[in-house]
Design a protein. Structure first.
Ligand SMILES: C[S@@+](CC[C@H](N)C(=O)[O-])C[C@H]1O[C@@H](n2cnc3c(N)ncnc32)[C@H](O)[C@@H]1O
Length: 453
């Protein structure tokens, strides 16, 4: 078993970025170096799929003794992809073997789903830890194929680093990447600049304890961005209600090496915020308007129809935010749309701020300093019924003006007001919570009035 512990420890060090994979392997005792290196590299190649198998088979949930994710990965690797676990009969080996049938079953299911005819087709080639590779590696690779670091708006071969989004490279609009190996291998992801904003604003912590939800995940651009920001650590639940889009989501996450992502084919609104698996969720992202929605805004649609459609969308989006606010430990919620209509943007935000859930959970808009502070275009003050000043907390992008698609980002945070902070449970008397709040507000107003007299 020692050999397996050594390999798991090596994976821990790789996860902790103690050095390059090669450098870490070079420090292993010479005796077992070759064998450990082979097992570590093979496990990294299949990490995404092995994690999915372990999760589906509930291995770590049911075997509490198996506390190391990396040891589980190594043992399941040998069980499924090598000649079995080569160790004496210890309790950890037995723990894995108890789930042998289920693990094999889940592995076969994934193979069938992805249409893989060999195990090798499930491998991710490259550094699974880094997922997308480093920015400098990508820049070097692009330069070697004729691109040059220069203004992408004036030169077709030009590309540049973006001023607002780290790790984002800008290209001339005529550049195509569809057949480029950097793109097909998942090392780079093509995304409109503004679509990078929600993950950046949510900025979940990159720790093993981090638990995050992407409520509307497919095709997975935002999810993979979140996973990269989390450095593949912790847990990232990725909800997608549409079955077909869910298949795309899973493929994309596997290709991009997002091993901390747990794709779930379900409607986010049907989740129970009190479910213990969500008890440590602190960050939630939601954005439902499809990029193609503007295409159905045809000339034929009259104003009344359009209004009705926008109202319906806005009502649905409000439900998503309010549902997110019900998660007991959520601290930050980012709501974004690819829409330029105030009905789906500022007005939804104002309604959300006035909702029972926001009042009971003490949610407010994060200040501009926490929401892309240097981005110049902010929300529309005249649409902020609560307070026009709050518009500075919001981010807007205008197509044709900002070199992006139309986009909107808002960020709700739970304020640390210990005196009034209350969780909204199913049995809570919302009316009572609201009355208490209103009372406090009134008292504060009276105090201020007294002072100024
Ligand atoms: C605009 S796309 C999301 C784009 C994604 N965030 C990205 O960056 O790649 C919206 C997705 O949310 C899904 N969706 C809408 N409502 C949902 C819900 N209540 N629960 C789960 N998924 C939902 C839709 O099926 C659609 O695939």
């Amino acid at each position: 078993m020692n050999f397996y512990f050594e390999a798991a420890k090596t994976l821990d060090r790789i996860d902790a970025k103690e050095g390059s994979i090669k450098g870490i392997i070079a420090t292993l005792p010479e005796k077992d170096r070759k064998r450990t290196a082979a097992l570590v590299i093979e496990t990294l190649k299949f990490k995404a799929v092995l994690l999915e198998v372990i999760e589906k088979a509930k291995l770590m949930k049911e075997e509490r003794k198996l506390t190391s994710k990396n040891l589980a990965l190594i043992l399941v690797h040998d069980l499924l992809l090598a000649r079995g676990i080569q160790a004496g009969d210890g309790p950890l080996k037995q723990a894995v073997l108890r789930h042998k049938t289920r693990l094999h079953g889940e592995f076969q299911k994934i193979k069938i789903k992805r249409g893989a005819t060999s195990n090798e087709q499930l491998a991710h080639n490259g550094d699974e830890r880094a997922g997308l590779g480093t920015l400098e590696e990508a820049i070097q690779s692009l330069k070697s194929r004729g691109f040059e670091l220069s203004d992408p708006f004036s030169s077709k071969k030009g590309f540049s680093k973006d001023a607002h989004v780290p790790n984002l490279l800008l290209f001339h609009p005529s550049t195509t990447f569809q057949t480029d190996p950097l793109y097909t291998s998942g090392k780079i992801i093509l995304q409109d600049k503004a679509s990078c904003f929600p993950a950046l604003v949510l900025s979940p912590p990159a720790t093993e304890e981090s638990v995050v939800i992407d409520a509307t995940a497919a095709p997975g651009n935002k999810t993979s961005h979140l996973s990269a920001l989390m450095k593949n650590r912790g847990k990232l639940f990725a909800f997608e209600r549409d079955r077909k889009r869910f298949t795309t989501l899973k493929m994309m996450l596997s290709k991009a090496g997002c091993s901390n992502a747990l794709p779930i084919n379900a409607d986010f609104l049907t989740t129970d915020p009190q479910d213990p698996q969500f008890s440590n969720v602190t960050h939630i992202g939601s954005g439902i308007v499809n990029r193609l929605d503007h295409l159905i805004e045809t000339e034929i649609e009259n104003d009344a129809d359009k209004e009705e459609r926008l109202d319906k969308l806005a009502a649905f989006q409000l439900m998503m935010i309010k549902h997110a606010m019900r998660f007991p430990n959520v601290k930050k919620i980012v709501y974004s749309t690819c829409s330029i209509h105030a009905t789906e943007n500022e007005r939804v935000v104002c309604n959300a701020l006035e909702s029972e859930e926001a009042v009971a959970g003490s949610f407010q808009l994060a200040p501009q300093t926490e929401v892309l502070p240097t981005w110049p275009r902010r929300g529309y003050p005249e649409e902020m019924t609560s307070s026009p000043d709050q518009a500075s907390s919001l981010v807007r992008c205008l197509p044709g003006e900002d070199a992006t698609n139309g986009f909107f980002v808002s960020c709700f945070i739970k304020v640390q007001d210990t005196t009034s902070k209350r969780k909204l449970d199913a049995d809570d008397d919302v009316e009572e919570v609201l009355t208490q709040k209103a009372h406090k507000k009134k008292k504060k107003r009276r105090k201020t009035a007294n002072k100024s007299e």
